[in-house]
Design a protein around this ligand. Sequence first.
Ligand code: AMP
Length: 425
Amino acid sequence: MKVLIFGSGGREHALAWAVKRSEKVTEVVCAPGNGGIAQIARCVPVDLKSLDSMVQLALAEQPGLIIVGPELPLSLGIVDQLQQHGLRVFGPSRAAAMLETSKGFAKRFLQRHNIPTANYAVCTTDEELQQAVEMFHPPIVVKADGLAAGKGVLICQSRAEALQAAQGLFTGALLGEAERQVVIEEFLEGDEISFLCLSDGKHAAALVPAQDHKRIGEGDTGLNTGGMGVYSTDTLLEPAMTEWILRHIAEPAIRGMAAEETPFVGLLYTGLMMTARGPQVLEFNARFGDPETQAILVRLDSDLVDALDACIDGRLAEIKLKWAQGASACVIASSAGYPGSYKTGHPIGGLSSAARVPGVEVFHSGSALLGNQIVTAGGRVLGVTAWADSLEEALDRAYQAMAEIEFEGMYYRRDIGHRALKKIS
Ligand code: AMP
């Protein structure tokens, strides 16, 4: 079978790597891909902002399975369009992707289906804002309704600050584009967990849990990024808690979407806050997370293509996912200046020595092939991913491999997993 993957980051590199391990797969095509993906798949150009360009490519390639990585094409309805052409695609319809593309929709959906989440108000006017802000005690969380590439959440220390932030979202002063809706939300405290499930529209199959580090600086300080590292261990969630989250959060969400006639087929990513009153949903994403996917897929001992096929055919209940026990970790190497502006085009050295460290895969997030040389091409450049029997060993391996790699201005956090390590010690 030929598999076509849309996207160009570390998530897509890990998906291509996992898909390639399937005995059924004869060829992997990635569009547009990157310098690392080009080592294991055929990369072809595509414009991920143009559904036409994606559909034309899929029709020309005629793959047996298509996987859509990033949220933008999902939000534009790429899955609906590919299906209209009779193609087999893993991912949610435009209507189902609303769980990610509108925070207002997601909050109201959660409330309709009694799924635990922070108290909130969805506001469309200044008047509603004034009233809503009075109902919450600072800190107050202000969220843009639409996709905001991780920049749409503001934690405000006073009501005045919350009002100003929300108005900035309405006018477009904060994100460039004006938001029609803003969510005002209660501030929650606790550990965050990324809980990912496959869904065939009726059933949910949980992947192993992960915890990520979003801030640029060590000790979880500084600006928010797409993610500077992540880890996954059996100890992150007790089996009983995993079961609770499935019964009270993931399954009701899947059933709720089916009942509303917008069944969710694809990967449902739930961002959870583990609070004193139990797990609460912070957000949904309608696709694999990045860099969570890198750390999760290296632990998968089942055939990913079988599982994705079962989702498309509505027979996920037949699939039992197997996982390697132990732990994994992914440490991101980024360009100097990220998440602000940065330079690209620097040669990356040491990739083959890093790959020789046992239990390590180096997934590329932002790289390009220039002649025979791999060069930097993004803010996040590499995701050095390792697995082992314990988190300590997985981190040791990842950092040992990282020490082999070099490029001008390379930066990485040296404290990935620090919260879990503290708990273990
Ligand atoms: P979201 O895109 O909704 O997941 O928000 C991004 C980040 O903002 C989350 O990973 C949390 O760290 C933080 N956040 C979002 N909502 C809340 C909340 N209600 N209380 C505290 N922190 C939050």
